[in-house]
Design a protein around this ligand. Structure first.
Ligand code: AMP
Length: 290
């Protein structure tokens, strides 16, 4: 596995890998990318394994993108575990890891922002101003550098997946955006690099987020369609019992593509939730099946 830390190194190594593949196979490789911020866990591994199965050349990027953290967020304390991340990539069969520093991605004369209007302004975009501008900007740069045919994103960050899909359509980027299933702990908590911030009491309470989501699915399956009633019933589970408070930032049923809030739920809609446990912000989501 090759590790590139600069854009120049990446371009050369990518080119060499493509030429070698072409010589051996007399065809162009399908290039895949999994963009990450590192601190890799089983959620990332499932994206990486999905890519390795489907692509001829597999690239993982590891970059804690300062542009997607608002002032006062956890950029400085975000976990950095590069040695372990490289082992995970190597074992999964990744060919190339790009792990640049922040000055490498944003040199002093850097000036451009990529913004998806509308879709990126609601939900997490409203709670974290500028967050999605940082995401779409860095993902555009990574697409430009790696020129992937397929890019793998977790549905854990459902809005991010839809925002990037929109960007790829609007900017005519010839890359398939591939959504991947959410990986969870046995108790239902969605895996996240930020779960390690939780105190033992917060960790014990955190599975209630997924319990509220699955309650929503059950109520929907039983025929309830009125969103206000669905939210009121399922929301009660969040702070049912002892332990720290789960503060709700938003809890909504939305159209799966436009992410517009619904008053009456329909099959195929998505339930989105964002919460705070102490200082830690946790998000999750589930589909409503017909
Ligand atoms: P991050 O390193 O947090 O930027 O995440 C990198 C990619 O991994 C994103 O596409 C995330 O949606 C995805 N991801 C993070 N957690 C999970 C999870 N629990 N299940 C599936 N994908 C995930």
């Amino acid at each position: 596995m090759i590790v590139a830390k600069t854009r120049a190194e990446l371009r050369i190594k990518r080119h060499e890998l493509i030429v070698a593949y072409h010589k051996a196979n007399l065809s162009r490789p399908v290039v895949g990318i999994v963009p990450t911020m590192g601190a890799l866990h089983a959620g990332h591994s499932s994206l990486i394994e999905h890519m390795v199965r489907e692509c001829d050349l597999s690239v993982v990027t590891i970059f804690i993108n300062p542009a997607q953290f608002a002032p006062g967020e956890d950029y400085d304390t975000y976990p950095r575990t590069l040695d372990n991340d490289l082992r995970v990539c190597e074992q999964a069969g990744v060919h190339l890891v790009f792990a640049p520093g922040k000055d490498e991605m944003y040199p002093a004369d850097y000036q451009t922002t990529v913004r998806v209007a509308g879709l990126a302004e609601q939900w997490c975009g409203a709670a974290r101003p500028g967050h999605f501008d940082g995401v779409t900007t860095v993902v555009s740069k990574l697409f430009g550098l790696i020129q992937p045919d397929r890019a793998y994103f977790g549905q854990k960050d459902y809005q991010q997946y839809r925002v990037i899909e929109r960007m790829a359509i609007d900017l005519e980027l010839s890359v398939d955006i591939v959504p991947c299933e959410i990986e969870r702990e046995p108790d239902g908590l969605a895996l996240s690099s930020r779960n390690r911030y939780l105190s033992p009491a917060e960790r014990a309470a955190a599975p209630r987020i997924y319990q509220a989501l699955t309650r929503m699915q059950e109520l929907f399956a039983e025929g309830e369609r009125e969103v206000a009633r669905l939210i009121a019933s399922a929301g009660r589970l969040l702070n049912d019992g002892p332990g720290p408070l789960i503060k709700l930032e938003y809890f909504a049923v939305v159209h799966p593509r436009s992410l517009q809030a619904r008053e009456t739920a329909e099959p195929g809609d998505r339930v989105l939730i964002a919460t705070r446990l102490g200082k830690t912000r946790l998000i999750d989501n589930v589909p409503l099946e017909g």
